[in-house]
Design a binder for this molecule. Sequence first.
Ligand code: HAM
Length: 411
Amino acid sequence: MAGGKLQAPRGTFDVLPADGPRRAALRRIAEEVFAAAGYGTIDTPVFESTELFARGVGETTDIVQKEMFTFEDQGGRSLTLRPEGTAPVCRAYLEHGMHKLPQPVKLWYWGPYFRHEAPQAGRYRQFTQVGIEAIGSLEPSLDAEAILLLAELLGRAGAKGIRARLSSLGTPETRRAYSDELRSYLRAHESELSDEVRGRLDANPLRAFDSDHPGTRAVMQGAPKLLERLASEDQEHFQSVLALLDEAGQVYQVDPTLVRGIDYYTRTVFEFTSDALGAQSGVGGGGRYDGLIEQLGGPATPGVGFASGIERILMVSDLEAPGAQTDVYVAHDGDGDPREAFRLLRELRARGLSAQMEQAGRSLKGQLKQADRIGASWVLIVAGDGVRVRNMRTGDQVEGLSAEEALGMVG
Ligand code: HAM
């Protein structure tokens, strides 16, 4: 029984043939940029056990509390469509004993991710991330490398209006002590804060820096900053990262109010935005996560990385990519043998040419029009009196050829 017309779920989109070439071109750029820096590819499953994200991303985050697509399998296990890639990559690092490999282990990925957010321009429920993770080293050069690789990817993709913001979150202990200090400060100004911020005061006072509420913003101006409370080794680590970026000529802004929506970050955090995007201005972001692997049951192992939404990159970039080219179109005039046309088609492809043939019952005139539409350089016409070869650039035509002669002319 036929029902109404079906549509893709809200917040999802189809990648149509016209969209394919730009995505493929961006992927080639990513591959080149990351391979040159020693990153190998990793692909993890699209779904994981729910516990991985509860433990990795953090129970109190929006992602875990509101945005995960979670379901039970037939065996009653709770599974979740991955909302992000860092926890899965760290799970794979542990599961495959990658700590036995020379460190750091450098990995890059590209694939679909899922978050149940309110859909709007640039914000989807299924989107594609490209990202890297460098696991097994505390070196500040890896933090700087991650930031420079994201900048290079965006630069080579032609992304417009890009700005980079950076901060350091120090260690969880520093953050706890700072949260207490900030909470006391906010309590002293409670009547000036928005209801939302007041409601979150106990769980996550840092989120107050994200508020648009004018009263809250005024209070936050005078709030103590985490960057001013870092332990000296964390401060030194951050300064080393900044020095490397300065030397590389990377432009950035240190923003002590930068907070990210995931709990695993320690030390360096960064976010790249584009002025060309609307409210969803985040093009890419990342940072260090020195406690994550331990959180997932492994030995203490540091790591750093980033991810970027490829739909957002393409929205702000002028990356151009040509569509598929057709070298030869095989037509037939009604007297010719259609099986001979199909044989020629296969032979052309075997010779490394891109070839198409008439498969919609057009008249010869319609076939030549179609060959022109798809930009074919040559047309082979299988006719009753042999094969004709037409040069579509010049309009010249040679008639009465054998199949071999015709193939020789276009190959
Ligand atoms: P994230 O900031 O949550 O970080 O996401 C990274 C990027 O994914 C965002 O900057 C944005 O471009 C894109 N993105 C996120 N949500 C959506 C959405 N609903 N629609 C379209 N694009 C979206 C992470 O996911 C971390 N795993 C990054 C990381 C890697 N940190 C360390 N290593």
